[in-house]
Design a protein around this ligand. Sequence first.
Ligand code: KIV
Length: 278
Amino acid sequence: MRTTLRDIARLHAEGTRFTMVTAYDYTSARIAERAGIPLLLVGDSLGMVVQGHDSTLPVAVDDIVHHSQAVVRGCETPLVVGDLPFLSYATRRDAVHAARRIMGEGGCGSVKLEGGRTVARTVRLLVESGVPVMGHLGFTPQSQHQIGVRVQGRDAAAARALVRDALALQDAGAWAIVLELVPASLAREITELLSIPTIGIGAGAHCSGEVQVWHDVLGLFDAHVPKHTRRFANLGDDAVDALRELSAQVAAGAFPGPENCSDVDPGVLAEVMREVGP
Ligand code: KIV
């Protein structure tokens, strides 16, 4: 049985902090499920960590649908949330179309979109049409050229705007809100003010839950570790070591070993070679 919005609301009501991680394929979805993660995000961060772009902007609805299908096939219990990519909800008609694809074809149980009061009417329409919507405030990567890659809500005007945006999303029917790169004390106030859960990333320890990018927490990049994350494993280094060892064993004739091979009856082989040999 998949986690439902009601299950997450229950965790929130109990004060149990929950985790969401990004997942982009079948194998990672299986691993996340084995770890008991209740929420998976097919984030448009896939533009960077899977496709190698320098931002989320090139990601298309087709990409989210494609990766969501794999993630949904890989797990039975987590609720899978799919990002509405850049400009896929510029009009409410676009938003309905994109959400239909991400839920109908991708199999997601919710969509996520970026923005506050400017998207509140879109959120309301989606929710009233039966689409669960997760909001995303603070640093919103799809607006990075307008707002810059930095902590948001530091001065009074920006903090006030963030609080108003959060209330507008809640009022429009969003069931949760990601707070990205928001000062911890402000995220805490917003979390206490709202009745729906907040999910932080770079927003301190007082949000209702935490979201992290798969590649960051598992150490799949050799680049620097951003301030808002922590490496819980070094899978990138482990993979390099493993592939070096594979290569060395192939070169030395130590792999594949007898346990990796199958054989044919020597009599059959000799007969075949007699027939076809010189
Ligand atoms: O796309 C993504 O991975 C996200 C998270 C950082 C919240 O939106």
